[in-house]
Design a protein around this ligand. Structure first.
Ligand code: ZN
Length: 89
């Protein structure tokens, strides 16, 4: 069946760069640096830069190199209360 209940994908809060409204959206932590989200209010696409939130992960990965599992990646991820978003290029 489908994997909609996969716990790898959690919901986080984002603030739209355009209309400034806050909304929840799913975010799968797979080690990527940037993700694209879509505002449910004004429907613009927004870029979320995840790089600053992997600080702790880098310490974790010193031992494991980049063979870390998704669980380790998630443990090293320190999300803010609300993710700021940027206008896509
Ligand atoms: Zn918006």
């Amino acid at each position: 069946m489908d994997k909609a209940d996969n716990t790898k994908s959690k919901r986080y809060k984002f603030r739209c760069w355009k209309c400034r409204k806050e909304y929840f959206g799913p975010l799968e932590i797979t080690g990527q640096q940037k993700v694209i989200v879509t505002c449910p209010y004004c429907h613009v696409q927004a870029v979320v830069n995840l790089q600053p939130y992997y600080k702790e992960l880098r310490t974790v990965l010193k031992r494991e190199e980049y063979n870390a599992t998704d669980i380790q990646r998630e443990e090293g991820f320190q999300p803010p209360e609300i993710f700021p978003t940027l206008k896509p290029e």
